[in-house]
Structure formats: C-alpha cells, structure tokens
Design a protein around this ligand. Sequence first.
Ligand SMILES: NC(=O)c1ccc[n+]([C@@H]2O[C@H](COP(=O)([O-])OP(=O)(O)OC[C@H]3O[C@@H](n4cnc5c(N)ncnc54)[C@H](O)[C@@H]3O)[C@@H](O)[C@H]2O)c1
Ligand SMILES: [Zn+2]
Length: 398
Amino acid sequence: VPRTAPSITTNGQARGESDREFLVGYRHRVRFTSDAFSPDNPLLAEVVKREDGAVARAMVFIDSGVADAWPKLRKQIADYFAAHDATMALSSGPSQAIQIVPGGEVAKNDRAIFETLTQAIHDGALCRKSYVIAIGGGAVLDAVGFAAAIVHRGVRLVRVPTTTLAQDDAAVGVKNGINAFGKKNFLGCFAPPWAVINDERFLTTLSDRDWRSGLSEAVKVALVKDAKFFDQIARSIDRLRLRDHDAAAPIIQRSAELHLNHIVDGGDPFELNEARPLDFGHWAAHKLEQMTDFQLRHGEAVAIGIALDVQYSALADLLPTDRVEPIHACLRNLGFELWDDALDDTVTLLAGLEEFREHLGGRLTIALLRDIGQAVDVHQIDPRLMIAAIEHLGASVR
Ligand SMILES: NC(=O)c1ccc[n+]([C@@H]2O[C@H](COP(=O)([O-])OP(=O)(O)OC[C@H]3O[C@@H](n4cnc5c(N)ncnc54)[C@H](O)[C@@H]3O)[C@@H](O)[C@H]2O)c1
Ligand SMILES: [Zn+2]
C-alpha cells in the first residue's frame, strides 16, 4: 500500500516518498504617480481592496523624516480614507491607525522600534486581508515590511517609497528585514509586497545627501545589466546634481524596472541560486555601513563598494582597465565620495566577505564586472589583490 507520508523503519531506511513540487504565483503591482494621497487620486483605493467586497481595514506607518517634511500628510491620509469609505477604512481613529516611525537606519537597528511595530499591528487587530501601508525610506520600509510579514504570517503590505533609493531599488524588492548582532538584515524574510506606489512628489523634500544616495543603486544596476542605461546616467549627471526632476524621473523609473525585471524574469526571486548581480558592490558596502556605525548611508556605502569592486575587476583582468575611470568619474560627478577611512582597516573590511557569504549561503559568490553592462560571478577573492584595489582607490581619490 503506497504511503502518503515518509516513515522510518527500525533499520533507518526510508519507506515511501511523498516529495511534491508546487508553485506559488504572485502579482507584483508597481505604480508610478504624483500626489498619491490626494482624494481624487484613485490609485491607492484601487490597490487597497478586499476581493470579497468587505471594507478593507488598514494601518499607516510614516517615516518621521517624511512626517516632518509633510506636516499635513496625516490629515491628508485620514481625509483620503474618509473619501473612500465604501471600500477602505483605518483600523481605528487616525491617532492610532496612523503612526510615525523613527526614520533612517535606526528603524532597523533598534529592536524596541520593531517591537512597537508588531504591537501596533496587534492593537489595530489587523487580519491577513488587512493592509499595512508603509510610507518612507528604505529603512522604514524594510522594518515595517518585516513586521507586516510576520504578524499572522503575513498582512498585506503597500509600500510607498519616499527616497530615491527606496523608489529606484528597495521598494520593488521582495526582501524585508532588520539588523541584528551588528549584521545588516540579519533578521528578515522574503515576502513580496501587495503593491508599490511611487509618488514622485516625496522626493522634493529629501536632503541633498539622501537625494544623491539612491543614485548609486541606479549606477549599480546599469553596470550589471544595461550599458545604454549607464550612458544615459552619465549624460544626465549635471541635471541630476541640480535635482532636475525631469532628468531624474526616467532614471529612477528605469532603475526600478531593471530591479523588478531581475526579480520577476530572473528565475530566482527568493535567491535560492548563487548568482546575485543586484548585490554588486554590496559585500564591502554592508561592512562599511557597519564599520562606520551607519554614519555612511547605504547608498553612499554602495558607491564606495562599486568603486572598489570595479577597481578589483580591472586588477583581476576581468574588466578592461580603461573602463575604471569613466565609472569612477560618473560616481564622483554625481557627488559621491569614493573613499572612507574605514577602508584603511583592511582586516575588518575583508571579514565582510565571509559575512556576505554566510548571509547568502553556500559558497562565496561575488558579482564583478566583465564590461559596463555585464556582470560575471567569481567564487574567490584574492585578498592581496583586493588590498591593492583599496590602495589604488585611495591613491586616486585622496
Ligand atoms: N529590501 C531591499 O531589497 C533593499 C534594497 C536596497 C536597500 N535597502 C535598505 O534601504 C535602506 C536605505 O534606504 P534609504 O536610502 O531610503 O535611506 P533611509 O531609509 O535611511 O532614509 C534616509 C533619511 O531620509 C528621510 N526621509 C525619507 N523620505 C524622506 C522625504 N521624502 N523627505 C525628507 N526626508 C525623508 C528618513 O527619515 C531618513 O532620515 C538600507 O537599510 C538598505 O539596507 C533595502
Ligand atoms: Zn543596496
């Protein structure tokens, strides 16, 4: 008689097998708009919807940096829900259902903040068909997203990214998480959001530093995926520096699209395989963020990580040497510093390779460049060559 569940006989042999494969389909809803919380903008109401016709309950978490820059936002959101009360409702009064979360990396570093998030969702009595709407930078989206993903094993998450980095990279990702034990994203999960709503208006209140920071992820995805896109960024540098919105919007959108395409069409959304081109420059970036006590922004650390791995790619004879300077120049002209004194501590920095390997699992796999627009995976990094790359970088920028 075939058995439906495996069982172990007394001599340790498995008897019967019930291995099955199954696929789970997701819809990744990514929308671009302006003024998402204007009552006559239907987008949010279209995605925050119960398929059974019941009124969808929701809570909203706002990055404190956004709340400060947009003092009327809380009222606007309450008005939006009131205008769409046939289909959506706040879980309780606005003072409880709309909460402010400390913005920046502290949202991922401070466990007490994370506890507050799960407590708030508990107090709001959200169910799995309810919505958590997270409005903020990548850090707040990661932390709120993780809380939403683990409460009841997953409440629907709508991300409203408000930084260049969150719009051109983080929000379309399927990862959520917080930092722990001094390690980036040590606690987290893969959980695609219910929807992503990119509202370009939010970018107008960013500091110059945060405006610039996210552009490194656009350069990164161009370098590993799309040489023409790299040229487009390089041609737009002056306008990007001036925060010219018309120049930036297509670049942010193309970067988001390339990240999204990789997740949706790359065949490995939950990163079960080795190749991780979107993590180009990130082994050093994550370690530098940690080494500088998060004084470096993620995007700033990524710019340095890219510059370093580009230099290494050339020293390792993978990348033609004449490609190095145009890439470094692009980052520099966007306003990035390509050096931080933490790079002098090569022993600690290189330990980041092993931490990176451990985080991704299996053998070390680092994406390097073969050309602009073409990544190549390597499974070994020569420490002496990496130190030489650091010295080259130091000599060229100091
Ligand atoms: N989940 C992913 O796939 C993924 C991908 C890339 C990066 N990340 C993570 O994203 C984080 C970095 O995100 P970030 O660059 O958005 O920085 P951030 O979230 O740290 O925000 C930077 C600062 O900008 C403020 N801010 C946000 N929006 C604002 C606005 N519209 N106006 C004024 N101030 C505003 C914030 O309060 C904060 O002080 C890192 O933790 C990184 O690891 C995650
Ligand atoms: Zn990144």
